[in-house]
Design a protein around this ligand. Structure first.
Ligand SMILES: [Zn+2]
Length: 241
């Protein structure tokens, strides 16, 4: 009897904690207390994790509707202005990656020139197509979870973000909640795809929880990020006089 009551109370507490998203709230409060300005940040790691957590939530949402679980958020002045998730299965359109959905959402509210002040947080390294689109839009910076070893445009296969070109380079820093991003993908590939013409039974497959080291080196992107930060923190011509 007593054990039943305790179990019921525990379940209720778990529900309350889930509803109010206490971990997210604590991170948010920590983030609010840290600073109101993006640069220089007192605790950049906490802020990056705060936004990447929201990108992961979008990835979870994608997983729940049988899309390849990639999620992203676009951040302007410490506020999420757009969210995106992979939408290729539902739309039957191969280019509806999370980044494109987010870009469309940003462009529905702001001019394209806004991207030079916008950062993208995405659970998986942008593919070559998205990395190129982001460069043409002059995104300020990209933060991603795990690398994309087959199609990555930010170091996984090509360095679209850093190679010589007409549009400005952008830093792309990988490895934020990398394990979580990888596990999301692995969970997806364990699911049975009932829509496939010949669904493959995957019930006996076991979730591999081993995560190898990341192959992408962030050094060049960090150098660029620091240079950009130094440039942004310089007083502008109008305020210097
Ligand atoms: Zn893409």
């Amino acid at each position: 009897m007593m054990a039943g009551v305790v179990a019921a109370l525990r379940a209720l507490m778990a529900k309350v904690l889930r509803v109010f998203r206490i971990p997210s709230l604590l991170l948010y409060l920590r983030f609010r207390m840290a600073t109101n300005n993006y640069f220089p940040l007192k605790n950049e790691a906490a802020i990056r994790e705060y936004f990447m957590r929201q990108a992961l939530e979008m990835g979870e949402l994608a997983l729940s509707i049988d899309e390849v679980p990639v999620g992203c958020v676009f951040v302007l002045e410490n506020k999420v202005i757009a969210k995106g998730m992979n939408d290729t299965n539902r739309s039957l359109s191969g280019h509806r990656h999370a980044e494109f959905a987010g870009i469309e959402s940003v462009l529905s509210k702001y001019p394209a020139s806004i991207f030079k002040d916008v950062d993208l947080y995405v659970t998986v390294e942008p593919c070559i197509m998205c990395a190129s689109a982001l460069r043409q839009l002059e995104i300020r910076a990209v933060y991603f979870g795990c690398s994309n070893d087959r199609f990555g445009g930010c170091g996984g296969v090509l360095h679209v973000n850093l190679d010589a070109g007409i549009d400005p380079c952008y830093p792309a820093i990988g490895g934020i909640f990398r394990e979580e991003a990888i596990m999301l993908l692995r969970r997806f590939y364990l699911q049975e795809n009932d829509k496939a013409p010949n669904p493959i039974a995957k019930r006996n497959r076991i979730l591999n929880t081993t995560v190898e080291n990341m192959s992408i080196d962030n050094t060049r992107s960090y150098t660029l990020l620091e240079a950009n930060q130094a440039e942004e923190s310089k007083p502008s011509a109008s305020t210097a006089v």
